[in-house]
Ligand binder design. Structure first.
Ligand code: MSP
Length: 631
């Protein structure tokens, strides 16, 4: 039996699932369902990436242990996958025992092979991306070239993987497997990157603890990407379910976002080469969704919640929209306007109407009983055959939007067939035999369409089958059933509610806009201007600054407020060196009750802007007089 192994990335648990995660997972689900339909023994893997500094930091920020945060977020992912009808076969968590064991074993194996050595890493680290950068790779101001956020200086002992040794082998592999990476343009990027030269890769950290310990050297935890990538083999059964592992490995398709291509197309095959394991057949890097033209971000409050979309439009409409709207591989922009429009045009008008009018006619002319045709399906039959055939190729290239477009040729073709064969005229002229053939063909077109859309819209496809009177579970059907003539004459149709009710596009957009506007109203308690005026804010100049002994965070500042000189203690030690603060003009709250912090009395507070992993003291232009009031 032919097999197919498809994966999604494993999702970080520092964030709750959003439309970007739903996108990758729906695409993988559609592939898995299509391959099952084609008779492949399929293994579909998804899961969560739970180790690393990013997750550790997020947990700390929420006053939790990382494991506790992971346990909570995993539930959120699983709930979403259930609602979205994701038919995964296995959910891996990198904190699962079998995974941790496999990663340690593979680490040892690669080490014994001589591809891991102990050295010292000196460079920069971007925690949000969990990526090491050298001086030259960074953007000016020590910013991560991928996400633009500040990196941190790292200097620590580290184990290295001899990535440089695999440069030639990788280039040879790409040459021999030109569609290892799709889309093609991404393959070219990878080849140029590798040609520029590969440096050995740091694969352990010592400055935090949340990770899998390096075997034999527990001061080090294994770099989160080394840990995470091996989920694809550990979850398939490496080291604990050999039979499954041998059945499914190598993976046929890793679906990922373009931002994590380098890890999958360079590091991953190199690790596998070193471990002596076969390489995956394909990595497909899809594009990114923006929202109404902007990058999705918590601070812009524009993160699209898939639950809300399903509530408004339905699960299958969301699945359809995600894969139809944007060619897989390109970036796309999400808007409610586009979504409502797409649903109306393709699903309510083209598909929903087709089924509705077909069933109305069979009820009217044949009391709902599928008639016996007196001839074949002619051009419609040929079109159906051609569409089924073309889908094979399109799905093998993950060209989901084109596969749907091609399926819609059959939807539109069947609609046209109704118009051109005009069953109402045949009925009027009492041409019973021709009428029977035409109605049969229309219903047969609908049945085949249901089968073809079933990987994309499993619930609606089933509903179509039920309404057409086809028995059985469409999920268990086989592509062979797409052969013309499968619909049984004499079976009884069961017309139900319209598949996709027409949406009032304008009303939806207005409703969502209203929702967004109200959700952006501040939740905090409001204060009056008099309350604000109670606070005395002045411009002060920093005269001296020093670390508070034994504290990582606290800096003791001597400031001139214009009226006096006083000591203020600020929790900014993780973001500033004391000497960098001297001379700055800053804003101080001068009428706060004094407090003692680590034995030092603080008389006032310095204002600073703070975000998840950064902080900047508010500075005032240097020509502002000390003591000036801030209002
Ligand atoms: N944990 C790593 C993957 C390890 S795989 C061995 C990771 N996780 S993630 O949660 O940050 O991202 C998972 C996937 O979501 C990535 O493929 C990423 O491209 C995708 N998306 C996140 N935001 C997205 C959009 N706005 N649009 C489309 N996909 C996006 O990376």
């Amino acid at each position: 039996m032919r097999k197919f192994y498809v994966t999604t990335p494993i999702y970080y648990v520092n964030d709750v699932p959003h439309i970007g995660h739903a996108y990758t997972t729906v695409a993988a689900d559609v592939m898995a369902r299509y391959k099952r339909l084609c008779g492949y023994k399929t293994f579909f893997l998804t899961g969560t990436d739970e180790h690393g500094q990013k997750v550790e930091k997020a947990a700390k920020g929420q006053g939790m242990e990382p494991r506790e945060l992971a346990d909570r977020v995993v539930v959120r992912f699983k709930e979403l996958w259930e609602k979205l009808n994701i038919s995964y076969d296995h959910f891996v968590r990198t904190t699962d025992d079998y995974h941790e064991k496999a990663v340690q074993e593979l680490f040892k194996l690669i080490q014994e092979k001589g591809d891991i050595y102990l050295g010292e890493y000196e460079g920069w680290y971007c925690t949000p991306c969990e990526t090491f950068w050298s001086e030259g790779q960074q953007l000016e101001g020590n910013l991560c070239p991928d996400c633009g956020r500040p990196t941190e200086r790292v200097k620590e002992p580290s184990y290295f993987f001899r990535l440089s040794k695999y440069q030639d082998a990788l280039l040879k592999f790409y040459e021999e497997h030109p569609d290892f990476v799709l889309p093609e343009s991404r393959m070219n990027e990878i080849v140029s990157f590798v040609k520029m030269g590969l440096k050995d890769l740091s694969i352990s950290r010592t400055t935090f603890k949340w990770g899998i310990p390096v075997p034999g050297d527990p001061e080090h935890v294994i770099y989160v990407w080394f840990d995470a990538l091996f989920n694809y083999v550990s979850a398939a059964g490496y080291g604990w379910n050999q039979e499954r592992f041998e059945t499914f490995w190598p993976a046929d398709l890793h679906i990922i976002g373009k931002d994590i291509l380098r890890f999958h197309a360079i590091y991953w095959p190199a690790f596998l080469m070193s471990a002596g394991l076969p390489l995956p057949k394909r990595v497909f890097a899809h594009g990114w969704w923006t929202v109404e033209g902007q990058k999705m971000s918590k601070s812009l409050r524009n993160v699209v919640d898939p639950h809300r979309l399903m509530e408004e439009y339905g699960t299958d409409a969301l699945r359809y929209f995600l894969l139809r709207e944007v060619p897989f591989g390109l970036d796309g922009d999400f808007s409610h306007r586009a979504m409502a429009h797409r649903i109306n045009a393709d699903l309510a008008n083209d598909l929903g109407n087709l089924l509705y009018r077909s069933l109305t006619m069979v009820l009217k002319y044949f009391k709902g009983q599928v008639p016996q045709p007196c001839a074949g399906g002619g051009e419609l039959e040929e079109l159906a055959r051609a569409v089924v055939k073309d889908l094979e190729d399109l799905m093998d290239q993950q060209a989901f939007n084109r596969a749907l477009e091609r399926t819609w040729d059959l939807v539109k073709g069947t609609n046209k067939y109704i118009d051109s064969s005009a069953p109402w005229a045949l009925a009027k002229e009492k041409r019973k035999e021709e009428l029977a053939t035409v109605i049969y063909n229309i219903l047969e077109g609908c049945r085949i369409i249901a089968l073809l859309i079933s990987p994309f819209m499993p619930e609606k496809a089933q509903e179509m089958w039920n309404q057409l009177g086809v028995e059985g579970d469409i999920e268990k059907a086989s592509i062979e059933e797409a052969a013309w003539g499968g619909l049984k004459p004499d079976s009884q149709v069961k017309k139900g509610k319209p598949l996709f009710p027409r949406l009032d596009e304008k009303a939806i957009v207005e409703k969502i806009e209203r929702e967004l506007a109200t959700s952006q109203e501040p939740e905090e308690e409001e204060i009056t201007i008099d309350e604000f005026a109670k606070m005395k804010l002045v411009v002060a100049q920093v005269l001296r600054a020093e670390k508070v002994p034994k504290s990582k965070k606290l800096i003791k500042l001597l400031v001139d407020t214009g009226a006096d000189r006083r000591t203020v203690v600020a929790g900014i030690g993780e973001h500033y060196q004391p000497q960098d603060l001297v001379g700055k003009k800053v804003v101080i709250v001068t009428n706060l009750k004094p407090v003692k912090l680590m034995g030092v009395e603080s008389r006032g507070m310095i204002l600073a802007a703070a975000w998840e992993d950064g902080m900047k003291v508010l500075e005032v232009p240097s020509d502002t007089p000390t003591g000036a009031e801030v209002r």
